[in-house]
Ligand binder design. Sequence first.
Ligand code: CP
Ligand code: NVA
Length: 312
Amino acid sequence: MKDLLRTQDLSRDDVELLLETAAAFAEDPLRSKSALANKSVAIYMTKPSTRTRLSSETAVAHLGGTPIFIRGDELQLGRGETIADTAKIISGYCSALIIRTFAQADVEELGAHASIPVINALTDDDHPTQLLADWLTIRENFGKDIDGRKFVYLGDGNNMSHAWLIMGAIMGAHVVAATPSGKWAPNAKVVEIAKNLAAKSGGKVEVSHDPEAASKDASVLYTDVWMSMGDSESERDEKVLALSPFAVTENLFSLTNKDSIFMHCLPAHRGEEVAASVIDGPRSVIWREAYHRRTTIQSLLFHLTKGDLKGN
Ligand code: CP
Ligand code: NVA
């Protein structure tokens, strides 16, 4: 496996290896401080980022490399140079390329033309690196035995809901996406891929439109912003109305298991997708989850640049 373009590229063994190494990087960030010595990693983003940008730059630094951050408007790509030519040029200088942008197809084209690893750091369709941090956080709370546990995402059927279902299916978990029906439900093709993965892993994938039923006895309630980067502002009112029943309120959270946790990829909007009392409450693990963005991206860069991942 050269690239991480989509969450579904990862095998269960790959995830296990990545989480184990990330846990070690959490203990000692500098344990592989020469892995990328004298090398550079390009980080190209056409959308804003706080966590992914800072954790990626820090991860490269901890591996002894130099991160080169490039904003969307800073490449000749924006002036008509092709993705294929850009991929070949960056491959000549850097050891990996981390990209955040709109179209999944652009990331896949970059991967096809680059000889170095290309890592998807969020597209409109997927957010694979976030799920590595999420699953390390889940492991820290529940251990490896997740039989009988239900992991529930509530809200927009967006990139996060897709990654949640796919990664849960890879891990053999019972995962649920509770979203409105219709245009804010997860993509049907992604749900089918997740169901096929779950059939092999022993997991279970469900899409629900009933937030109470989904939350009942859950081990995790996870949510994301209602308006994603690139979403049309003209749809805001209609979307907020449709998503309101899926807000993680005290009431919804009270339906979950006694040992349940609250998760959020962040950024958060308190009073919209989640109540302040839940996200800032004792069962929220958001700070540890955000911390693991660095440990897991560090692990991913470490293993991907060594060719250790096998893929699905
Ligand atoms: N969770 C996440 O990807 O955050 P940023 O948009 O700040 O990178
Ligand atoms: N769904 C959000 C995730 C942000 C990390 C977005 O794409 O903006």
